[in-house]
Design a protein around this ligand. Structure first.
Ligand SMILES: Nc1nc2c(ncn2[C@@H]2O[C@H](COP(=O)(O)OP(=O)(O)OP(=O)(O)O)[C@@H](O)[C@H]2O)c(=O)[nH]1
Ligand SMILES: [Mg+2]
Length: 194
């Protein structure tokens, strides 16, 4: 097991122009309930740094976490897709998230999380297409690897990659439950933030 990333909460913001100044950022983006906050906690080796919930729509703000000394910032984003929040809040999110991704100059990498058990949804593929159109740096991470039967993992990974139009080797599979892929993801986060 690799050394956990030391993450420390800095601030939450509901608008891009209220974000504090940072040097370099990476953002965890994905459907509501895909496991963004859980993964952030897992790479930090902590349980309660970012709030996790069974109710989709848990994270409603851009939450910034400082990574090690001078190491940059990891941002936990609100999920897109369904959410048990008011329609007006939900309507406000996607433009806010899109603006953040388009305007944040220090954003080095968008980590797009896709559910490794159910595969990319229409909204995931839409987001991926948008990231490509906007020419934004992104990496696809498949979550909840533990929920796929071992005998089906290879196939499922290949299917997911094909639907994303990516080589299978370009996708990092992770699980916070059995810690699959966490070492690799921590290495990548350190690289992206260097
Ligand atoms: N089995 C399994 N469950 C997971 C894993 N990662 C997350 N979960 C569960 O998925 C649910 C949603 O996790 P969150 O981390 O809150 O998801 P999120 O993407 O931050 O959701 P929002 O904040 O609503 O956008 C929780 O019940 C987690 O326990 C995983 O690797 N394996
Ligand atoms: Mg969350």
């Amino acid at each position: 097991m690799s050394r956990a990333l030391q993450l420390e909460f800095v601030a939450s913001a509901t608008a891009v122009d209220r974000l504090p100044t940072t040097r370099a950022e990476i953002a965890f983006v994905g459907r509501s309930n895909v496991g963004k906050s859980s993964l952030l906690n897992a790479i930090a080796g902590e349980k309660k740094l970012a709030r996790v919930s069974n109710t989709p729509g848990r994270t409603q703000t851009l939450d910034l976490f400082r990574c090690e000394r001078g190491g940059g910032t990891v941002v936990d984003c609100p999920g897109y897709g369904y959410a048990k929040v008011s329609k007006s809040t939900r309507r406000a999110w996607l433009p806010m998230l899109e603006r953040y991704m388009l305007e944040r100059e220090q954003l080095e990498m968008i980590v797009l999380l896709v559910d490794g058990e159910i595969g990319p949804t229409a909204s995931d593929l839409h987001m991926l297409e948008w990231l490509r159109q906007q020419d934004l740096p992104h990496t696809v991470v498949a979550t909840k690897h533990d929920k796929v039967k071992p005998s089906q993992r290879r196939n499922r990974q290949q299917e997911l990659a094909a639907r994303c139009e990516l080589p299978a080797a370009a996708i990092v599979s992770v699980s916070v439950t059995d810690e699959t892929g966490l070492t690799r993801l921590r290495e990548l986060v350190r690289e992206w933030l260097t």
